[in-house]
Write a new protein. Structure first.
Length: 457
């Protein structure tokens, strides 16, 4: 037997992390955090049922018996359900974000856990454990490989590890033992990849994460059936692909605070790199008692690293590109419409004008990135005054968290037009008490909206 058989691999470490999750050990704070993330992810997916990508996916999905939340209850194959809902959870750029990992884990963790939990008639506590396992595995893997630094090399961090998160979440609910979880993550690791778009966040960008989540879901089931994978796939092979080796473990498995607790819940449906700038503009106006109509122009300075995906495009043609445009986002904020993701679905033509917004990099902000995702803004007013403000920590980050009530309000606002106000509120209340929920299938059914679910054709 070779020495390699005794080595501990990255897959081994991640399997240990996934299997260490036990919701019975969760504190009240843990429960509030994981419940908020489940509610937030579901809200993002339901709201995205109105975007063009949802209509396009509905034309190509495989028919089956699993109802897709993002496709309004259309019954599709398990793989199509996971792929579609994971992609749609992120398409509005409204889902949770981890700065150190530069990842949006919700689609790959919440979607398979909730769908599989419903199919197996499992309770909220078990599903919450699977969600946490998915988050912990994805974030740990990305932090080891540099997280945000991967943007500069062309890799899309979320897609790179989404299969691992999905495999961990699904494997947890399938009851995989240590060997099974290792096999699931090894199989999932073989699909590590995903190239980052250069600011053109069109359908293909979001689908890479969705397809990766579906692959991880299949990997967990294959491992349950005895399928095998290379335990060292995330060591030498991924090191060669990324051009960098992984660091060692960041901490013992599930040491508090959880990686999950380090994720930001976004108050605005746009690229995270723009949030501090929005806070800066609105904060500067509020501090001086000024109105949005007083603004002539805005200059926003951001970490240079984020210019890889941010723009100041005055005519963003798609929701994804609008979400990365400082011009569109600032003008939406000044018009009081930024918090509503529907603003990014049907982009009003008259918004081609508005307040002039410029975007540039700032080296000092860059030195603090990704630890801080700050911004400096200069707001010029009609009366000639110039307001300046720096925001080092955007609202929604762990240091400036949204309250659970804020998350509920964020959920209800875009979901009520889809499900109806009463149903949206009922779902929010049930998720708030996730640990007491005996069968998530009942909850998931309420997420599909009124009436009979549509059938795919």
């Amino acid at each position: 037997m070779s020495d390699r058989a005794f080595e501990t691999t990255v897959v081994d470490d991640l399997a240990e992390i996934a299997l260490a999750v036990d919701a019975r050990s969760f504190s009240d704070d843990d429960w509030e955090v994981v419940s908020a993330h489940v509610l937030d992810a579901v809200g993002c997916c339901i709201a995205a049922s109105q975007v063009p990508l949802a209509a396009r996916l509905a034309q190509i999905v495989d028919a089956g018996s699993w109802p897709s939340i993002g496709l309004g209850g259309t019954r599709v194959s398990p793989r199509s359900c996971i792929a579609a809902d994971a992609a749609l959870t992120h398409v509005l750029e409204f889902d949770a974000h981890h700065s150190g990992a530069a990842a949006t884990p919700a689609g790959a963790a919440v979607v398979p856990a909730l769908a599989l939990g419903a199919e197996r008639g499992l309770g909220g506590a078990v599903v919450a454990g699977a969600v946490t396992a998915g988050y912990e595995v994805m974030i740990e893997a990305l932090i080891r490989y540099g997280g945000a630094e991967l943007f500069g090399t062309g890799w899309y961090p979320t897609a790179l590890v989404a299969a691992l998160g999905s495999a961990a979440a699904a494997g947890s609910l399938l009851g995989l033992d240590e060997g099974g979880m290792r096999r699931a993550l090894a199989i999932a690791g073989g699909m590590a990849g995903g190239l980052l778009a250069r600011g053109d966040f069109v359908d293909g960008h979001y689908l890479t994460g969705g397809w990766a989540a579906a692959h991880g879901f299949d990997a967990a089931h294959l491992a349950l059936a005895g399928g095998t994978g290379e335990r060292g796939i995330l060591d030498a092979p991924l090191t060669a692909a990324l051009g960098r080796p992984p660091s060692g473990p960041t901490r013992p498995p599930l040491e508090r605070p959880l990686h999950l607790s380090g994720c930001a819940l976004k108050p605005y449906p746009c690229a995270r790199g723009l949030h501090a700038g929005v806070d800066g503009v609105l904060g500067a106006l509020a501090a001086e008692g000024c109105e949005a109509g007083d603004v002539v122009s805005v200059q926003m300075l951001v970490p240079p690293q984020t210019l890889r995906i941010l723009t100041a495009d005055e005519r963003p043609p798609t929701p994804g590109q609008a979400a990365t445009s400082a011009h569109f986002v600032i003008n939406a904020a000044l018009r009081g419409r930024l918090a509503d993701p529907r603003t990014f679905i049907d982009i009003p033509a008259e918004w081609e004008g508005g307040v002039a917004v410029t975007l540039a990099g700032d080296d000092e902000l860059g030195r603090r990135y990704p630890r801080e995702r700050g911004a400096r803004v200069e707001v010029r007013l009609k009366d000639g005054r110039v307001l300046q403000r720096e925001e080092r920590i955007p609202r929604g980050d762990p240091e400036r968290p949204l309250s659970f009530e804020d998350v509920v309000a964020k959920f209800v606002r875009p979901v009520a037009p889809v499900l109806g106000g009463d149903r949206a509120t009922a779902v929010a209340h049930e998720v708030a008490d996730l640990r007491s929920l005996l069968d998530v299938a009942i909850l998931r059914e309420r997420m599909l909206g009124p009436g009979e679910p549509r059938r795919s054709t």
